[in-house]
Design a protein around this ligand. Structure first.
Ligand code: FCB
Length: 459
């Protein structure tokens, strides 16, 4: 276990990181033999994305990655969470490997290591190969094997240098928003029984990918997963409210993909949660013998993306009840509530239940940033938001939650899915017409934070 020798509340070796994802920053959508993804297709549907925008060019990171790694080095990042575009590596999703696409990640990993930054690689952050979608996509049980094949190709190439792997990012979102609610690629609105079938295949894909990573990695590596945490925050410090928030965090109470346990209990415990099995009875997919053993491959960390939480109190008979925020409660540009305690209760509850070191794989906010008359980008709200959240994370750690790292979302402003370029989440501003990068005030603050190992957060 890492120790806090500096007295800042964060151990030496704490992973101060930032994150991004392939489709959101790379661009080069039609270059060097890349195949198409469901996002390339979805962005062309009328009214699917804000102002008809696409990730065709995005931050042009594919061509500017050296400059971007230089910025990360200047900030002092210890780790960078990137994702790999599956169709850039396997244009048809399976079969022929596109060596030129793979070579990009090879160069990127080398550049990161030269800069002293540990690459934490996510294998799937939503850019699913269009060819495989035409073969049934995640509805097809073979999708788990397709993902394992792709995993092996990547790990064989990069596994001599990459020591930290994540399988999937936020299955709740790409399944829920993408296949049930139709807001994200591929834009489907399937029946709930089909959604549960997809969930099962996605979990199988995770398990087979973990097996493939371990088999192909030449040395010891860490493997984890990055679901999005649905955090419930006790409305008061009373034991009843705390228990209500805990119960709500771990319950499956609606026919939706937005739960923790449906996605995490199978991975950590090898079983689906009982309340979900009861609620979804009659719509459950075929679960074959051995499936749950595959899904429950041991993982090293408990990764979670945490953006906000929902206050909950004990209602009648102790039943969890959502408490609305007071009028005027702060919100981000995305209109997400600002709830710093989510980085206290989230890690505390997740560590308590799953007992693995926590990694905050994403946390951040969008602001309406622009370049000021003085040529700088002033984003005091990002600094304040991040400081508040990290103080809460530090409190969770002081009280016993083991937390190995924190990845700020995001290193760069980028393509925010169905919202296009409306939202700016970066520590670094991107002027899209020219591609120019301007580190924001928050990037300088983050540099000081990392250099002080968290000391500048104060008491
Ligand atoms: C998360 C996604 C990430 C980004 C942030 C704002 O849901 O994983 O790609 O869009 O939200």
């Amino acid at each position: 276990m890492m120790r806090d020798q500096s007295g800042t509340g964060f151990p030496e070796g704490f992973l101060w990181g930032a994150a991004a994802a392939s489709y959101q920053i790379e661009g080069a959508a039609y270059e060097d033999g890349k195949g198409l993804s469901v996002w390339d297709m979805f962005c062309r549907k009328p009214d699917a994305v804000w102002n008809g925008q696409t990730g065709d060019v995005a931050c042009d990171h594919y061509h500017r990655y050296r400059e971007d790694v230089g910025i990360m080095r200047d900030i002092g990042l210890r780790a960078y969470r990137l994702s790999i575009s599956w169709p850039r590596v396997l244009p048809e999703g399976t079969g022929a490997v596109n060596e030129r696409g793979l070579a990009f990640y090879d160069r990127l990993v080398d550049a990161l290591l030269e800069a002293g930054i540990a690459p934490h690689v996510t294998l799937f952050h939503w850019d699913f190969p269009l060819s495989l979608y035409h073969r049934g996509g995640w509805l097809n049980r073979d999708s788990a094997d397709w993902f394992a094949e792709y995993t092996s190709v990547v790990v064989r190439k990069l596994g001599d240098r990459v020591k930290d792997w994540m399988t999937l990012n936020e299955p709740q979102v790409f399944v829920g928003a993408g296949h049930y609610e139709g807001r994200h690629a591929p834009g489907d609105r399937l029946r709930f029984a089909e959604i549960l079938r997809i969930c099962h295949h996605v979990l199988l894909a995770h398990g087979k990918s973990v097996q493939a990573i371990r088999a192909a990695s030449p040395g010891r590596c860490n493997v984890y997963y990055a679901p999005v945490a649905q955090v419930k925050i006790p409305a008061s410090s009373s034991p009843e409210d705390i228990e209500a928030a805990r119960a709500a965090t771990w319950s499956v109470a609606a026919r939706t993909t937005w739960t923790n346990t449906w996605w995490m209990d199978p991975v950590f415990f090898g079983r689906y949660p009982e309340d979900g099995l009861r609620l979804f009875a009659g719509e459950l997919p075929e679960i074959r013998g051995g499936d749950l053993e595959i899904i429950a491959q041991p993982v090293d960390f408990c990764g979670v993306n945490v953006y906000w939480g929902v206050p909950v109190r004990a209602g009648a008979g102790g039943a969890p009840e959502v408490v609305p925020h007071p009028v005027g409660h702060p919100i981000t540009a995305f209109e997400w509530p600002v709830t710093p305690e989510c980085l206290y209760w989230g890690p505390r509850f997740f560590y308590e239940r799953y007992g693995r070191p926590i990694v905050i794989t994403e946390n951040g906010l969008s602001c309406r940033d622009w370049i000021s008359l003085d040529g700088e980008v002033h984003d005091p709200q990002r600094i304040d938001f991040t400081a508040r959240h990290l103080r809460e994370l530090r409190r969770a750690m002081a009280e016993g939650a083991v937390v190995n790292g924190y990845f700020h979302w995001s290193i760069l402003d980028n393509f925010e899915w169905a919202h296009g370029y409306k939202h700016r989440f970066g520590l670094v501003f991107v002027d899209y017409p020219t591609g120019r990068r301007v580190p924001k005030d928050s990037a300088r603050w983050y540099r000081e934070l990392i250099a002080s190992n968290g000391a500048i957060l104060g008491a």
